[in-house]
Design a protein around this ligand. Structure first.
Ligand SMILES: NC(=O)c1ccc[n+]([C@@H]2O[C@H](COP(=O)([O-])OP(=O)(O)OC[C@H]3O[C@@H](n4cnc5c(N)ncnc54)[C@H](O)[C@@H]3O)[C@@H](O)[C@H]2O)c1
Length: 287
């Protein structure tokens, strides 16, 4: 996409972290921005901050796991700004760091509902309208390096992120096949300094899970919190996203140093070897 000024971006999970940074980057490029998030006070605050800087911004409280909420988000965006050119399906939650057999079904449901169904709802609702409009557009789906690597204690999260990668690839092929001017990128960051480790703050009460975790799972959570706190600033990730939209690049890897692990995994699959997990330095994982 070459034109940003006065075009419209919709960002889910825009009240915090990567989503908020993307909303700010788009506004800085002169775009009108629709911020969607389930956490209303943070959403209102993020939107106010953009408006205070002179941006045209609209907040729409949205739970991306609900199809009706995402449909209402699209209606609000089109009613206010008359079109949508960039859609960032970004809202996401981390699991709770447990073995695959310990994770409760409530956790599976919550993580799949937000991270996977949220992206499905976004594509299902917005892409037909973007295609009908006929002009340039871009969909950015937030996956993760967890969409390429099988880190233990994260199977529900990884399942959603592997899913988002393949959904994005399929969407890319299909849009190419129909000759659409709408492009796709999939964002696959490593660790980014956000509130993802405190995602529990937005877990619906009916899916709450207060089970005591194993010591190994707790140690894993502590280690991941350290990696996230020391992670890349979200503004840097937002810049990579902006460049990818401008340059029509599908893959967005803000942490290219982690691609060596992707190569190692691919090579071990090709060699039909059993998987070996190589934890990042400092991540002690004993069961
Ligand atoms: N932080 C990292 O290290 C990292 C790495 C790779 C990928 N990601 C992905 O980046 C995306 C953004 O996460 P972040 O790191 O900025 O975390 P964050 O917690 O700072 O922001 C996530 C936002 O999503 C919102 N959200 C949660 N559930 C929602 C729902 N049901 N409907 C709408 N909004 C909802 C939250 O309120 C929050 O504002 C996620 O998809 C995450 O999986 C993060």
């Amino acid at each position: 996409m070459k034109t940003f000024r006065d075009n419209v971006a919709v960002v889910t999970g825009a009240a915090s972290g990567i989503g908020r940074a993307m909303a700010e980057r788009f506004a800085a490029a002169g775009m009108k921005v629709v911020l969607a998030d389930v956490e209303e006070p943070a959403l209102v605050e993020a939107t106010r901050a953009l408006v205070a800087r002179g941006a045209a911004a609209l907040a729409v409280r949205t739970d991306v796991s609900r199809a009706a909420d995402v449909a209402a988000l699209a209606d609000a965006a089109y009613a206010r700004f008359g079109g949508v050119h960039v859609l960032c399906n970004n809202a996401g939650v981390a699991g709770d760091g447990a073995t695959t057999w310990e994770q409760s079904l409530d956790t599976w449901q919550w993580v799949l509902a937000v991270n996977l169904w949220g992206v499905v709802h976004g594509i299902h609702t917005f892409v037909p309208r973007m295609l009908a409009h006929g002009g340039e557009g871009h969909v950015v789906n937030t996956a993760s390096m967890a969409g390429h690597l099988s880190t233990p204690f994260l199977s529900s999260y990884n399942a959603t992120k592997f899913g988002v990668v393949t959904i994005s690839e399929c969407l890319h092929h299909e849009l190419q096949m129909v000759g659409a001017a709408v492009r796709v990128s999939v964002l696959c960051p490593g660790f980014v300094r956000t509130k993802i480790i405190d995602a529990e703050r937005n877990r619906p009460p009916e899916l709450r899970d207060d089970e005591q975790r194993s010591e190994a799972a707790q140690a894993f959570r502590t280690a991941v919190r350290g990696f996230v706190d020391a992670g890349t600033p979200p503004e840097t990730v937002a810049e990579r996203v902006f460049e990818a939209i401008r340059d029509q690049r599908f893959w967005i890897f803000p942490h290219p140093e982690m691609l060596e692990a992707v190569r190692a995994r691919a090579e071990s699959i090709l060699a039909q070897e059993n998987p070996i997990f190589a934890p990042p330095p400092g991540m002690d994982l004993k069961l």
